[in-house]
Design a protein around this ligand. Structure first.
Ligand SMILES: [Zn+2]
Length: 252
């Protein structure tokens, strides 16, 4: 067992060491350890010359440094996960084909015969007056409409821009990375709003912690080359969490 590893037998001395590594002020540490206000200054100075105290303080300092390094690595890992998370896992803006893109002769295309027949029936059930004002549904464009097909550049209805759809995904099935990004859902009068944590801020925090802004900021922490190396490996490999493919529910 190395020197300094064992708590000092003298309780007040031990307390002094514990407090000293918290504040690095000998008088304050002495006062907190129970030495009188009057003598705290001189006692503190005397204690710092004590070899046992010096060894104990050195040991406690190294323990603190180890703990700090672990904390920094942990925090950095969380930030990195957040910064690299894919917002598409939470919400996607998808462009798909319009109803005319792949219809025969670019006419309205139904999903299937059932869909057509339902609409035709609804039209037939209308009062005569209303029916006259609406065109009879036609299946001339055929069946097989799927939103997820590519828009057709030749489509005269959409000019190949298709239709757009914003889809919020099931937040209970997110990858661990996307979970760090997800900050809750808010129901508004216009629908739901998916809230996300700030990825840019996370990236900024990482850069600051790794000392990338060292010239601008004298107080930047420098956790050392090991962390730098770790971060480089981590960012090359991307998120440790697997990105799960999402299934789309086709539009109605
Ligand atoms: Zn189209």
């Amino acid at each position: 067992m190395s020197s300094g590893e064992v708590p000092l037998k003298n309780h007040r001395k031990e307390l002094f060491c514990q407090h000293y590594v918290g504040c690095f002020n000998a008088s304050e540490a002495a006062r907190k350890a129970g030495y009188s206000q009057k003598t705290a200054g001189s006692q503190g100075a005397r204690l710092l010359k004590d070899v046992a105290v010096q060894e104990r303080v050195a040991f406690l300092q190294s323990e603190n440094a180890k703990a700090l390094e672990l904390d920094t690595a942990d925090v950095l890992e969380r930030w990195t996960t957040l910064a690299l998370a894919d917002p598409n896992e939470l919400i996607s803006h998808i462009v798909g084909s319009c109803r005319h893109c792949h219809g025969k002769g670019f006419k309205y295309q139904w999903r299937d015969q059932d869909e057509f027949e339902d609409h035709h029936q609804a039209w037939s059930d209308l009062p005569e007056k209303a029916r006259d004002s609406m065109r009879e549904p036609s299946n001339a464009g055929g069946y097989g409409y799927r939103f997820r097909r590519e828009p057709n550049i030749e489509c005269p209805q959409c000019d190949g821009f298709g239709r757009q759809r914003t889809v919020a995904h099931d937040t209970t099935r997110l990858s661990p990375a996307a979970k760090t990004l997800y900050a809750g859902v808010k129901e508004t009068q216009h629908g739901i709003e998916i809230k996300m944590e700030d990825r840019a801020a996370a990236l900024n925090n990482i850069a600051r912690t790794l000392g990338m802004f060292a010239k601008d900021n004298e107080r930047t922490l420098s956790p050392g080359d090991k962390l730098q190396e770790w971060y480089e490996t981590f960012s090359q490999n991307g998120s440790r969490a697997p990105i799960q493919p999402q299934k789309e529910t086709p539009p109605k």
